[in-house]
Every structure is written in C-alpha cells, then in structure tokens.
Design a protein. Structure first.
Length: 218
C-alpha cells in the first residue's frame, strides 16, 4: 500500500508543482497563432517587395531552468501574399517585372526567455536566433519532367518546377506576458521583431508581429 501511495504521489508531483507555481527543471510545450504585419522592402536598384499581413501557426518546446529562465525552440509556418517589382537596370531604359503571388515562410528559432516576476502572471522579455526559409513559389527555370511506374495507374510522367528560395539568418527580441492556470496550462501573448540578416541590398529587412500561445507543462 505504501508503494502504491508513493507511486501516486510521484506521478502527481508535476501537477502539484505547477499548481503551486514551481516550474523549475521542467518542460513545456505550446501551440501558437501568429499574426505577421505587412512590410514594404526596397533595394538600391529600385526593386521593391510589398508583403501583406498574414496569419500562421506555430509550435514551441521549452525547458524551464528556473521559474524565470526558459530556453525554447519555435517552429512557425506562414504564407503571406506579396507583390514584387523587379528592376533590371543593366539595360537602357531599365525594364521591370511584376510578380503578384504568395510565398511560403518557415521560421526555426532558439529563444531565451526571462520572466520578470515569479508568480502566475509574468511579464517577460525574450531574445533569439535562427533561420527563416522563404519559398517564392515562382519557378526559376523550365520544368523538369520525371516518369515512374505506378502499381495502379501504370507509367506516369509529370512536370516538376524548381522555385526561387532564400534561407536567411534571423535574430530578434520580443516583449509579452504569460499567465499560468492551476494545473499547469498557461497562456502567452507577445510582440516580436525579427531582423533578416542576408536580404542582399534590402533597406529594412525586418518582420514584426504578434504571437498568442496556449500550452502545458510536463
């Protein structure tokens, strides 16, 4: 009987700890809803990129070293509409090409978070580094034809397109607050600004927006 009681207490300890507000040496994870603000980016040659605001989804996994210090990983996906005007100034007069489309954006980042208070309601500041992958969804050359044998449909051929992509180092900061509910779940809201480090001659290659998360500790 004592052994069974000890096992029950051991299993219940994480929930008891979170209910009391002690999250040190514990893991947490959350789902996120993202809002990325619109952005206008220009370059020295006159080309411009206008990105519409958009919503997306994300997940986070973090480890609480203490009640105030957390290290986590964000994985985000968002698909904004954009309008790009490309100027070719190597010819006279310069020629322009307009692309009106939607790109796919994936963010993978490591973040450190410092909670300013020790309690159920905690303002926080965070900073992180990572990578942003952008696929323009615009072909960068002629299609590649591939053929294969399908066990049901027979011999099949299809065209595949390579697209313009960019992978850039990103870094940024955020401010927000989190509230812990009894039992271990929590709600987070933050505003973040991320700088894209390798966007060529772009003038202001930063992206900003809001993030709302709901998660659990374990």
């Amino acid at each position: 009987m004592r052994a069974v009681t000890a096992v029950i207490i051991f299993i219940a300890m994480p929930g008891i700890a979170f209910a009391q507000g002690d999250r040190s040496r514990s893991w947490e994870w959350s789902f996120a809803a993202l809002y990325q603000e619109s952005k206008n980016i220009g370059s020295e040659g006159g080309s411009t990129l206008d990105i519409d605001d958009a919503v997306g989804l994300g997940v986070n996994v973090g480890y609480n070293f203490t009640n105030r210090l957390t290290l986590g990983v964000d994985l985000d996906f968002i698909s904004p509409d954009y309008r790009a005007m490309l100027i070719d100034d190597t010819i006279n007069p310069p020629a322009s090409t307009v692309i009106d489309h939607e790109f796919s954006q994936f963010n993978g980042r490591i973040k450190g978070t410092f909670n300013m208070l020790d309690g159920p309601f905690m303002p926080f500041i965070e900073a992180g580094i990572g990578w942003t992958y952008i696929d323009s969804n615009v072909a960068d050359g002629p299609p590649i034809t591939g053929c294969w044998w399908h066990p049901w449909w027979g011999y099949i051929c299809d065209n595949f397109y390579s697209t313009f992509t960019e992978t850039t180092f990103s870094y940024g900061v955020g401010l927000g607050f989190r509230y812990h509910f009894p039992g271990g779940s929590f709600l987070k809201a933050s505003y973040n600004v991320w700088e894209l480090d390798s966007m060529g001659s772009a003038g202001d290659a930063s992206l900003s927006g809001a993030r709302i998360e709901y998660g659990w500790g374990f």
